[in-house]
Ligand binder design. Structure first.
Ligand SMILES: [Zn+2]
Ligand SMILES: [Zn+2]
Length: 230
């Protein structure tokens, strides 16, 4: 049975493609008595809503029983692990989930699968990144590609070394147990995210926590440093 605390650190409100307001997401988290919630709106360097979004989240957070973090989901652009968000905007957030949404830029001749792995490793080395979002959910150009154990281990090692949490994601049902076992073996931190875009999906993370619990993940291995401040 899962005894890990119920937390959801990946979801979208209606500033981008989610359908619920910030207030509705936080209300749902309170109804479900979550341990904590992180709103992680899609943010880019040209997003013009960051200030309004952050102040709305922080205002609502002040009145919430459930601890609420103001986060962002950003894209990983290349093998250096650059994200599509500048430093000034990045520092407004409590936590940043970095995800690959399309094939990262790569040097000519680089195998696309290898470029994908290097981009995840690069993101772990980026000091702004706290969580790898839906790892091993690959862009459609890579469908059918199989990641090797060596590649999985390289990603897990980079994540462990830089204390970047590996997310278990409900929307895409990733990553595999095989990868999670390697991550556990390498001493990674873990996070869970519903990736909700609807109010009712906020906090739907029980199944994800059960996966982690069944692998022997303890609450000491959950999430990055902010977790310890609660
Ligand atoms: Zn995503
Ligand atoms: Zn997302």
């Amino acid at each position: 049975m899962n005894t890990l605390p119920l937390f959801d650190w990946h979801l979208h409100a209606n500033y981008t493609d989610g359908h619920a307001s910030v207030a509705e997401c936080i209300q749902r988290a309170n109804e479900k008595q979550l341990h904590s919630l992180a709103l992680t709106e899609h943010v880019r360097s040209d997003s013009d809503f960051v200030e309004k979004y952050c102040s709305e989240v922080r205002r609502a957070a002040a009145e919430s029983r459930v601890k609420v973090w103001c986060g962002a989901e950003v894209r990983i652009l290349n093998e250096r692990g650059d994200i599509n968000l500048g430093k000034d905007a990045a520092q407004r957030f409590d936590l940043i989930v970095a995800s690959v949404h399309r094939l990262p830029e790569r040097p000519e001749g680089r195998d696309a699968g290898e470029a994908y792995c290097r981009a995840l490793i690069g993101a772990c080395e980026n000091p702004w990144v706290d969580i790898l979002g839906h790892p091993l959910h690959v862009p459609k150009e890579l469908e059918g590609w199989t990641i090797s154990e060596t590649q999985q281990r390289s990603i897990a090692r980079a994540a462990a070394r830089h204390a970047v949490a590996i997310e278990v994601n409900r929307k895409y049902a990733v990553p595999t147990r095989e990868f999670l076992k390697i991550c556990l073996d390498e001493g990674c931190l873990f996070s869970v995210g519903s990736d909700a875009h609807e109010r009712d999906d906020v906090g739907e993370v029980n199944g994800l926590l059960e996966i982690l619990a069944s692998l022997g993940v303890s609450d000491g291995a959950l999430a990055p440093v902010e977790w310890k401040m609660i």
